[in-house]
Design a protein around this ligand. Structure first.
Ligand code: ZN
Length: 107
């Protein structure tokens, strides 16, 4: 199991999701059909690694920390996409300017 760094600026891909479970023992209260009788919630971080969906257990006392790291990662991805979009826009403008100059040279 991967350990999450305590770093307040840590970034993690994915999202933390709480799950409630049935342990399988027929005598346990969770054998009832009621949602409130299930065990948990247990928290997991779901994320993609090399295109595959992975799941990592998150201890209860780390849930907030890991959630924040996931939020930072999402925000970072968003900012990265925005920078890339701006860069491509600028590149397009430069390209158009060059074409204009080339056209002027030819004439
Ligand atoms: Zn049970």
């Amino acid at each position: 199991m991967t350990t999450v760094t305590q770093d307040a600026s840590a970034m993690l891909p994915g999202a933390v999701i709480g799950e409630r479970k049935r342990c399988g023992k027929p005598s346990c209260r969770c054998a009832s059909r009621r949602q409130e009788d299930l065990h948990g919630p247990y928290f997991y971080r779901y994320f993609r690694e090399n295109g595959r969906l992975r799941k990592e257990y998150v201890p209860k006392d780390r849930v907030d920390q890991v959630r924040e790291a996931c939020m930072r990662h999402r925000e970072n991805q968003r900012a990265h996409r925005e920078r890339k979009r701006r860069f491509l826009e600028q590149a397009k403008t430069v390209d158009e300017t060059l074409r204009t100059i080339e056209t002027l040279w030819k004439n």
